[in-house]
Design a protein around this ligand. Structure first.
Ligand code: CP
Length: 336
């Protein structure tokens, strides 16, 4: 692909390696995927996030870690949680942050992604946070930015959503303390979920005892056997004895045709209710990356119930994104 002829809307080549994201010392330069990273790197992200977790409770919700740095949010796809928490994280680190409105930007006039990046680099941007509907978009940008610029993947197609996975790991660690005794079930649309892929890699790297996926056959990826998971087609047997349940949204926008009989039937078979929760451990933790479709993947009573940590996940997203921004910019402690 010629970088100078990159069209505004394009399919990026799917990334084949995660080595791009580490520098020569093995430190994070970009954060593009959890796949291939070490347990030490993932643990450091959570430890640094822990050190930032009290900043949001301070009277002045700021630390000077990234003062003088310029961070640009480039969201080519819709977002509520990720975009807002990245923006808040950058502000709490005292960075200058711009969230470009793609719909009203020159991208709408046909400017290529790479030309947009080059122009923002000419304004001395230090970091790009990128969400794009094409798998590989963040990798493509990371391969073309200046040496001092970092790229964080805020979700690319079906491929990866690494900061979501890390805020989920951080939430699990805060509730359950560790991973090696945990059985975790991920339920729903695994096929279209970049979140599920990033979670599965992270859980296996962190040594979870067992990672299960529970889904209808039509919503499983063809490479599911290579992901290091146990596959269940029946919700009740899949939930047996699990410590953590992660529900996924049906990603209608990524489904080409009819992959399900009806939402009602899907809810009957795979929707989480208080009654079905009883198959898991009594202290099971219920998670969802959001946005939730109540009554499709889970009952409102479960989403808002005592086992749910869904809003804690959102809060934890700020600290995790502060940690990832700090580490990729070469700082590794509060005030560093
Ligand atoms: N979980 C998540 O990525 O949500 P948004 O699409 O709202 O960012």
């Amino acid at each position: 692909m010629s970088s100078s002829k990159q069209p505004a809307s394009t399919s990026f080549k799917a990334p084949d390696s995660s080595c791009l994201q580490l520098d020569e010392q093995g430190r994070l330069r970009h954060f593009l995927t959890t796949e291939g990273l070490s347990k030490d790197v993932l643990t450091e992200i959570m430890d640094v996030a822990e050190s930032f977790s009290t900043v949001s409770n301070q009277a002045v919700k700021k630390v000077p870690v990234l003062r003088g740095k310029t961070i640009v949010n480039l969201f080519f796809e819709n977002s509520t949680r990720t975009r807002t928490t990245f923006e808040l994280a950058a502000k709490r680190l005292s960075a200058d942050v711009i969230s470009l409105n793609i719909a009203t930007s020159a991208a709408a006039k046909g400017e290529s992604v790479l030309d947009t990046i080059r122009n923002l680099e000419a304004m001395h941007a230090d970091m790009f946070v990128v969400r794009h509907s094409d798998s590989g978009a963040a990798h493509f940008i990371a391969r073309h930015v200046a040496p001092h610029v970092s790229v964080i993947n805020a979700g690319d197609g079906r491929h990866a959503h690494p900061t979501q996975a890390m805020l989920d790991m951080f939430t699990i660690r805060r509730v359950k303390n560790e991973f090696t005794n945990l059985k975790v079930a991920i339920i729903g649309d695994i096929l279209h979920s970049r979140v599920a892929r990033s979670q599965i890699h992270a859980l296996n790297i962190l040594g979870a005892k067992e990672v299960r996926v529970i889904a209808p056959k039509t919503l499983l990826p063809s490479d599911v056997d290579s992901l290091g998971v146990h596959v269940y087609g029946d919700l009740r047997s899949g939930l047996n004895d699990v410590d953590v349940i992660i529900m996924l949204r049906l990603q209608r926008e990524r489904m080409g045709g009819a992959m399900l009989p009806s939402e009602h039937e899907y809810f009957e078979c795979f929707g989480l209710t208080q009654a079905k929760l009883a198959y898991a451990k009594p202290d099971v933790t219920v998670m969802h990356p959001g946005p939730i479709n109540r009554g499709v993947e889970m009952d409102a009573a479960v989403a808002d119930g005592p086992n749910s940590v869904i809003l804690q996940q959102v809060t934890n997203g700020i600290a995790i994104r502060m940690a990832v921004m700090t580490l990729t910019m070469g700082h590794n402690r509060v005030g560093g």
